[in-house]
Ligand binder design. Structure first.
Ligand SMILES: Nc1ncnc2c1ncn2[C@@H]1O[C@H](COP(=O)(O)OP(=O)(O)OP(=O)(O)O)[C@@H](O)[C@H]1O
Length: 668
């Protein structure tokens, strides 16, 4: 950014050149012109006579460096110096373009050029913004290219007086591009209903796992499972060691809609690969953003690991650190022994155990699974990933591990690096809204990644990384989702919720607000209104209470669950037929995850978003840009709400009382 600014200031300064500077520059140009003329005269005497100015013969090629005595270094060197600054990123490319634009401007460069050794005089007239460019920056600037033998510099000196005129010359824009693996993903079929693959059609799955799948009502694989399971099994076909030909297996990224079965697409192959293990070590680590999600995923692992001898541990902070340590590590006379093969964790607690649990070793970790990966990238400021990678490659050796199987971070492949058996660390990323921003993904240090994506038609070709662009891109929505917006006023919003609940009579409705205060008030209001089994879910409650609320919702004891975005991601509650956005979400990613709590696993579902007049345009635009399926408009007539008003007003009075009491209690 700083470099970009310098270029801008440079241009600003160009515009504010003083007469004195112009004079100095003019003299310089004249000297150069004369020198050029002399040289050319010597070389082409006949032609020099024909050209009275001696500056330029029309059509003659540009000399590589017109003035050997010029203080400006030869062109190739200067260019090399500039290239050094570039970092190769698409951003950088864009900045370079603007810099180049400023620098290659014949007039601009001419005006910004200062005679070497002379300091630019400060004048009272100096543009304040130009003044912001520090003197140091000015000194560090590459010498401008006034001496470059372009047509302009070789014109008569008078033309050089048109200094500071903004450069109109347009340069070809540098097109940012996506890396091939992001631009050309392995396509995953979209339809969870039509593109099913029978369980027996995917070879290599242990009969006991197949039996379990059937017992749990899974007779066919969903498309994402049919694509990812074989790829993972293939990458681990040599057991825990490196893949075919000694190559480290590719990391795998999966972008598929909400409710499309991403969880089983890693649970099944991971259990399949670990089935053969002899000694218990942590071989698979799943990291998720919330306790609830970690609970859900470890439940699925437990179902399929049951009876296999594999042990699953959940470390989310729901229990005390000491209690969690008991299920992770055992101390014996021969040292510490792992009690878990698969660990499901939230990032904070994981780091606690890396730091504080004696014997907690990730030296034998084979799979690192990052679920809700885009959200986990957002939480990278916690630096949990570098800690995990460090614990894998540089941690203390686990007891019983063979020194033969050294772990080395991925690097250039050489004969030496492939000659030793090695255990790779394979990263697996999953999300319904996986970012396509290469810079964000870079933070994960992926090794030759491979992307599986349901995506939209021609999605990848339109996504362009850049500084300001929304590369979060377009996401696939579940096919069974029908979504509508409901225009309403601020005052009628609660009435609309009550109307929808009364009319649609769904047994499990999830309603999202943008803050826990909103959730709490709406909950109190609906409760005071009566007739609807309602509960709220937010960080107001501890993990134990939240677990209980979700359980009751799943059991159908709660008809309306009013929640913050704490339940927006990953939560899989069967039978949620309706999602209501009481507060419109600000970001498309949030919308995708919220409405994705319904229409899961090939089922149908409804979503309503309540919109105030002022929100409509922006929201509709956001969905259009995301190429979401067509959003319907659902009108709720005033006469439908009128009948609710008397009861509603009583509920409002009740709400006021409750809030006053709560406030008193809080301040007592
Ligand atoms: N092959 C299958 N057949 C039938 N049901 C399945 C199959 N695979 C998964 N399911 C069910 O589909 C539901 C959604 O699965 P899952 O939670 O893994 O979705 P997801 O893609 O991870 O969604 P999200 O992005 O919201 O986290 C679960 O209830 C799961 O049991």
């Amino acid at each position: 950014m700083a470099l970009f600014r310098i270029a801008r200031y440079e241009e600003q300064e160009n515009v504010t050149n003083t007469e004195e500077q112009a004079q100095v520059l003019l003299q310089r140009l004249q000297v150069q012109a004369r020198e050029r003329q002399l040289r050319k005269q010597k070389q082409q005497e006949a032609k020099a006579k024909a050209s009275p100015t001696g500056d330029k013969i029309p059509g003659s090629p540009k000399p590589a460096h017109p003035n050997p005595s010029s203080p400006v270094p030869p062109e190739p060197k200067r260019k090399a110096k500039k290239r050094k600054r570039g970092d190769g990123s698409p951003h950088r490319l864009e900045k370079s373009a603007s810099e180049t634009e400023a620098e290659s401007s014949p007039r601009g460069t001419g005006s910004s050029r200062k005679p070497k050794g002379k300091k630019k005089k400060k004048t009272g007239k100096k543009d304040p913004e130009a003044a912001a460019g520090s003197e140091k920056q000015e000194k560090e600037k590459d010498p401008p290219e006034a001496s470059e033998p372009s047509g302009e510099t070789s014109e008569s000196p008078h033309s050089a007086l048109v200094l500071g005129v903004p450069n109109k010359k347009t340069l070809p824009k540098v097109q940012p591009f996506l890396p091939k693996w992001l631009a050309e993903p392995s396509r995953v079929q979209k339809s969870v209903k039509n593109d099913l693959v029978p369980i027996q059609d995917i070879p290599g799955i242990h009969p006991c796992l197949q039996k379990k799948l059937k017992t749990n009502g899974i007779l066919s694989y969903f498309p994402v499972q049919a694509a990812v399971i074989p790829a993972l099994l293939e990458s681990a076909s040599h057991g825990f060691l490196v893949g075919k030909g000694g190559y480290q297996p590719s990391d795998i990224c999966v972008s598929a809609p909400t409710g499309s079965g991403k969880t089983l697409s890693f649970v099944i192959p991971v259990i399949q690969v670990l089935l053969e293990r002899v000694v218990c070590h942590i071989r698979a680590l799943v990291v998720l953003p919330t306790k609830e999600l970690a609970q859900q995923v470890s439940k699925v692992f437990n179902v399929y690991a049951d009876g296999t001898g594999l042990r699953v541990a959940q470390i989310t902070g729901q229990k005390s650190l000491a209690k969690e340590q008991e299920i992770l590590v055992q101390k014996t006379d021969s040292g510490y022994h792992s009690l878990a093969d698969i660990v499901v964790a939230t990032p904070g607690r994981l780091v606690d155990h890396i730091d504080q649990t004696p014997g907690f070793s990730l030296r034998q970790l084979r799979f690192l699974i990052i679920d809700e990966a885009d959200r986990m990238i957002d939480s990278m400021h916690q630096s949990w990933l570098p800690r995990v990678v460090k614990a894998v490659f540089h941690g203390d050796d686990a007891p019983g591990s063979s020194p033969l199987f050294r772990r080395v971070e991925p690097r250039a492949i050489t004969a030496a690096s492939t000659s030793q058996p090695q255990m790779p660390l394979q990263k697996l990323l999953f999300s319904a809204t996986l970012t396509r921003n290469p810079e964000k993904l870079q933070e994960l240090g992926l090794y030759q990644p491979r992307l599986f994506s349901t995506g939209l038609e021609s999605q990848e070709s339109t996504v362009q990384p850049g500084i300001e662009q929304d590369v979060e891109g377009k996401y696939a929505f579940p096919a069974g989702l029908s979504h509508f917006y409901v225009p309403c006023s601020l005052n009628s919003k609660p009435l609309v919720i009550l109307h929808l609940m009364r009319n649609l009579k769904f047994s499990r409705v999830l309603c999202f607000t943008n803050s826990r205060e909103h959730s709490h008030r709406l909950f109190l209001l609906v409760k005071a209104f009566g007739g609807i089994p309602v509960a709220e879910f937010s960080s107001r409650f501890g993990p134990g209470q939240r677990k209980m609320i979700l359980k009751q919702f799943e059991q159908g004891k709660i008809q309306l669950l009013i929640s913050t975005d704490a339940t927006a991601r990953g939560i899989d509650v069967k039978g949620v037929k309706l999602v209501i956005n009481y507060d419109a979400p600000q970001y498309i990613r949030t919308y995708v995850h919220r409405v994705g709590r319904t229409a899961r696993a090939g089922h149908t579902g409804l979503a309503f978003t309540l919109l105030l007049k002022v929100q409509e345009q922006k929201f509709l635009q956001m969905l259009r840009e995301a190429r979401a399926p067509e959003l319907g408009k659902h009108l709720v007539r005033n006469e439908h709400l009128k009948s609710l008003v008397p009861q509603y007003e009583e509920a409002l009075a009740e709400l006021q009382k409750t809030i006053r009491n709560e406030w008193k209690q809080k301040n007592a």
